[in-house]
Design a protein around this ligand. Sequence first.
Ligand code: NAP
Length: 486
Amino acid sequence: MAVYPKGTLVFSSWSRPVRVVVVGCGPAGVYAADLLTKSERVKSGGLVVSIDVFDRYPAPFGLIRYGVAPDHPRIKGIIGALHKVLDRGDIRFFGNVDYGVDLSLADLRKHYDVVIFATGAVDDAALNIPGIGLRGSFGGADFVSWYDGHPDVSREWPLDAEQVAVLGNGNVALDVARVLSKHADDLLVTEIPENVYAGLKGSPVTDVHVFGRRGPAQIKFTPLELRELSHSRDVDIILYPEDFEFDEASDEAIRSNNQVKTMVNTLTNWLVEQPEESRASRRLHLHFLHNPVEVLGEGGVVTGIRFERTELDGTGNARGTGEFLEYPVQAVYRSIGYFGSALPEVEFDAGRGVVVNEGGRVLDAEGKPVPGLYATGWIKRGPVGLIGHTKGDALETVTCVLEDLEGLPVAEVPGEDAITGLLEARGVRYTTWEGWHALDTHEKNLGHHWNQQGRGTLEGRPVVRERIKVVPREDMIRASRGGAAV
Ligand code: NAP
């Protein structure tokens, strides 16, 4: 019997390891790779898997590195679990490799038996209202990318508005509103890059208004994230009694759903307890029953936003009342959901922003499963649910992979090193897991250096920074590939 590297086991009908590539090294991709190695059929010795995970960014962890807010260390902590998986050494990581640019589907098909797409959803859902293209109107996801130090987003962000509108009542809207309203010094303990701290420090913002189109019982926030709003120093939360409308569906939701009940209680307590006059230098307003209809502007620049007041229709949905309200704001952030990007050579559902699939099996234009092609995570089911939910999703996809393996043709594939040879021949400066360790150490050293210089104090105490993120792609690659320190 052939001898395979540690961590590989042989599947009965396969005379060699099954070569698997996962495209996307966020939680969805790592969970899928990990579950595959831990499946019963692998553990029982019937299956050998050899797994490579690619990512278009030089660093791994996808949405956790580039989507989770910097002041959410508990969620960022999931990186620890993913780190452990990739530290085991039985899954290879290649960063800075862009599917559709550096490698085509044909390349992947040639080198692997199974392709799993886990590319997530990074774009903002569109809001088609007049004025949405004005200067000062932004996608919340783009702003998240900026404050999370995404390598492909401009280093500069125009933070010149005193009054800001954030549209949407989901957790991304909360992140955006919280980061916009927080004092920059309170974010210094996080990993925010230098340019982000400098940008936020210069922000003249005084009022951030968050608008939901339905009522307080229809919010998509989660209780912990909502409560956290009240922890921001020198930021008052302002609510409006006329927005507290509950229909039958709201009452039912409050009765039957503990999360809704908790959040409605939180909001109601804030409403009742709010001071008559705000003494804080910044305010975060929560408005409900406001449907955005137009971003107002002058000379191509945002000057306000117009809403139609809504009312609940008994089912928890909102309908227009014919009453219109305008707010003077100089910036509008729409946080009304993410949207997946189409992947080259794969059928895409442009309405839902997902790869066309059934339970994770990618389908062709006729709706038939494409042998060996799978999807998992947000690109499979859309941008809903918390990171943990992605695990169940990965399990479903991996189960499909395992069910289908016996029927897959065992074609000739080049050896494991052929893919790196191909990347090198194409001049792709890919990064590796060892490279991530180097970048990780480098970012921690930047934090350490900052601490040694004693560059900041907050309320009389020195600020201790664990890490400072490296932003430019070139600098990330250089640090990962053993180049000069940045
Ligand atoms: P989301 O939870 O789906 O919320 C989207 C919000 O946008 C909803 O309030 C929705 O209102 C509103 N909306 C949609 N279309 C609109 C329109 N045309 N006009 C006005 N409002 C509109 O999406 P998300 O905030 O992007 O979050 C995505 C997922 O990531 C969620 O599962 C979220 O919990 C998770 N996440 C978690 C955290 C965390 O800290 N735990 C942080 C970020 C994201 P309707 O309800 O009326 O449709």
